[in-house]
Ligand binder design. Structure first.
Ligand code: ASP
Length: 316
């Protein structure tokens, strides 16, 4: 017999970044590590939702798994700035009353997504940046880490390659790989929540901030339409207000989630030259994972319990 919990409609989707991720370019072992990580993270998230854990808690805890892993460009393993430092961005949004929190350009806090949540719940603001955000984190008792904690050889090599490319007069973005993380959920209470965390783009300078902490660009959630987390070349996602545009097409234009996401990612962004993708979930528990790059680390479980895990564009 089905219990009440079995009838609960919950759903989750996550990404670990989109970009030039082509078959044969990583070892079988590394690919298997990514797939196992994605499988474990999505399964854990779904189980938490099924038990009735609030969407906010689930989004934060699954993003923290990814922030703590050097596999992704968020928290530990974040990409390097031009100066060889780390500047982290994150945001979170709750779809019930449009509460949102974001941090940008922080370099010591272990979990940027948790700090974004603290901005939402513990301040009267939506976005804090740089030194002010760090001061807020200290006041709130957040765990901070030395620069070595965020450092990885792989990302250091990516910075060296980026600089060499630029010095050779090549377009640095040409072989840019993304690795931002994001989670979207429909929780048992019927709320949509979205969160995104990133180190930004390799070689960024001058305090550059991408779409990930910008509500409406990299992250958006509204119970009347959908919740979205994006990854890709942030400048395009900001200009096209990607996350909000997908929700607005549903809310005001009557589009389905899939149609709205398709138009924005495969038409608008492709026409503009904006590489990347999104994961999204709607109030019925339908999920959409869509990207216009060679790959996107991704996983989902919809309200019917159907699971997908993928990396490349030729797998469903
Ligand atoms: N969207 C991020 C940014 O532009 C990068 C990424 O998704 O990997 O900062």
């Amino acid at each position: 017999m089905m219990s009440a919990a079995d009838d609960t409609r919950v759903a989750i989707a996550l990404h670990g970044g989109a970009g030039t991720i082509e078959r044969g370019t990583m070892s079988e072992e590394l690919e298997a590590t990514y797939r196992a990580f994605l499988d474990d993270a999505i399964t854990r998230g779904f189980e938490k939702l099924r038990k009735g854990e609030p969407g906010l808690d689930v989004v934060v805890s699954i993003i923290q798994l990814m922030e703590d892993s050097p596999l992704f460009n968020a928290g530990r393993g974040a990409v390097y700035t031009w100066e060889g430092t780390h500047e982290l961005d994150a945001s979170i949004m709750h779809g019930e009353n449009l509460d949102a929190g974001a941090v940008a350009g922080i370099s010591t806090v272990k979990s940027p997504i948790a700090l974004a949540r603290a901005v939402m719940e513990g301040s009267s603001h939506v976005m804090l940046a740089g030194a002010g955000a760090e001061a807020f984190a200290l006041e709130q008792g957040f765990e901070v880490m030395p620069p070595e904690y965020f450092a990885t050889d792989r990302r250091r090599e990516a910075l060296d390659a980026y600089k060499a490319n630029e010095q050779a007069g090549l377009t640095p973005e040409a072989d840019h790989k993304f690795g931002t993380v994001g989670v979207v959920v429909l929780d048992a209470a019927g709320n949509l929540v979205a969160g995104t965390s990133t180190g930004g783009m390799t070689g960024k300078r001058w305090g550059r901030i991408g779409d990930s902490p910008v509500i409406g660009a990299g992250t958006y959630a509204d119970n009347r339409s959908c919740s979205v987390s994006a990854t890709g070349h942030g400048e395009y996602f900001i200009r096209h207000t990607v996350a909000r545009d997908i929700c607005a097409r549903m809310q005001f234009g009557g589009a389905t989630l899939e149609a709205a996401a398709n138009t924005v990612v495969m038409d608008e962004l492709v026409t503009a030259g904006g590489e990347g993708g999104i994961v999204a979930v709607d109030p019925t528990g339908e999920v959409t994972l869509i990207f216009n790059t060679a790959g996107m680390y991704r996983a989902s479980i919809n309200a019917s319990g159907e699971k997908t895990i993928g990396i490349y564009s030729d797998e469903s």
